[in-house]
Design a protein around this ligand. Structure first.
Ligand SMILES: C[S@@+](CC[C@H](N)C(=O)[O-])C[C@H]1O[C@@H](n2cnc3c(N)ncnc32)[C@H](O)[C@@H]1O
Length: 255
C-alpha cells in the first residue's frame, strides 16, 4: 500500500522548510519571465468562496494572491515545519493533514489548489479523488506540476558528480505536465492546461549549489561540492550565465 505522506516527502519536508525555501529563491531571483511564477499563478487561480490549498509549503503564493474577497482560506500541509510557516499567512486557517485523508466533510470547499505537490504522493490519483470529495459540485480545481526538460541542466549535475540520487526527474515522474491532464480528467471535467513561459539564468554559483544540496538526503562531500562548483563555474565563465530550462504548467478543472 502507498505511504502518505510518501517516504521521500517526509525526508524532504517534515522537519524543515529550508530545502523548499532554497528552491523558491532560485526561481524568484533568476527567472527570465518578469512576472514571477506565484504572481502568474495567482492571476489565473479561480479564487472565490471557500478555498483550500493542499501542500501549501511556506505559503509563498499568498503574498501574491489576494485573500480579501475569499469566504475562507484553509492551508493544509503534513509537515510541522511548513505548518509553522503557514501560521504567518494573514487570514489563513492552518491544518496539519495528509492530502489523501483530508480532515474535512464532503463538499466543504469551492476551490482546491495543489501547487507542485501531487507528484509527492505515491498515488496522485488518490489525492485527486480526495480533492473531488471535499469540493462542492461545480467547484474548481487548480493543480500545477512540471514537465519534460524541467531544470534539465540542473538535473544533469548530480549524475556528473557521481550523485545520481540528486536527480529530480525520477521524483516527479508520477504526475507530470504530460500525464496530469489525463489523471485529472479521470476525476474532473473541463480540464485545461496552460504553460508558464520561463527559464532561469543564474550568473553566480552559490544558488545553484544550494538548490542541488536541497535535494540531498545525504549531504554532499567536500569533493562532490568542489566538482559541482567547477562544472557550474565553467559554464558561467564561458557564457556569462548558468542557464536552466523550465517547464511548469497549471491544470484547471471542474468537480
Ligand atoms: C514542492 S512543495 C510545494 C509547496 C507550495 N505549494 C509551493 O508551491 O511553494 C510540496 C509541499 O507538499 C507537502 N506535502 C507533500 N506530501 C504531502 C501530503 N501527503 N500531504 C500534505 N502535504 C504534503 C510538503 O510538505 C511541501 O510543503
Amino acid at each position: 500500500m502507498a505511504d502518505s505522506p510518501a517516504a521521500h516527502a517526509a525526508v524532504q519536508y517534515a522537519g524543515t522548510d529550508r530545502r523548499l525555501a532554497a528552491r523558491i529563491v532560485l526561481h524568484q531571483r533568476y527567472s527570465t519571465n518578469r512576472q514571477g511564477w506565484f504572481d502568474w499563478l495567482a492571476e489565473r487561480l479561480p479564487l472565490s468562496g471557500d478555498v483550500l490549498e493542499v501542500g501549501a509549503g511556506t505559503g509563498a503564493l499568498w503574498a501574491y494572491a489576494g485573500t480579501a474577497a475569499l469566504g475562507s482560506l484553509t492551508l493544509v500541509d503534513f509537515s510541522a515545519a511548513m505548518a509553522a510557516r503557514l501560521a504567518g499567512v494573514p487570514g489563513g486557517r492552518v491544518v496539519r493533514g495528509d492530502a489523501t485523508r483530508l480532515p474535512f466533510a464532503p463538499a466543504s470547499f469551492d476551490t482546491v489548489i495543489a501547487n507542485h505537490m501531487l507528484y509527492h504522493l505515491d498515488d496522485p490519483a488518490a489525492g485527486l479523488r480526495e480533492f473531488a470529495r471535499v469540493l462542492r459540485p461545480g467547484g474548481r480545481l487548480a493543480v500545477t506540476t512540471n514537465g519534460a526538460g524541467h531544470l534539465r541542466e540542473l538535473d544533469a549535475l548530480g549524475p556528473a558528480i557521481g550523485r545520481p540520487d540528486l536527480r529530480l526527474e525520477g521524483r516527479l515522474a508520477n504526475f507530470t505536465a504530460e500525464s496530469a491532464p489525463a489523471l485529472v480528467g479521470a476525476v474532473f471535467t473541463g480540464v485545461a492546461a496552460q504553460r508558464y513561459p520561463d527559464d532561469l539564468r543564474v550568473p553566480v554559483v552559490e544558488p545553484v549549489l544550494a538548490y542541488l544540496e536541497s535535494l540531498a538526503d545525504t549531504p554532499l562531500t567536500t569533493a562532490e561540492r568542489a566538482a559541482a562548483t567547477a562544472l557550474v563555474r565553467a559554464r558561467i565563465d564561458a557564457t556569462g550565465t548558468f542557464q536552466i530550462g523550465k517547464h511548469s504548467v497549471l491544470v484547471t478543472a471542474t468537480a
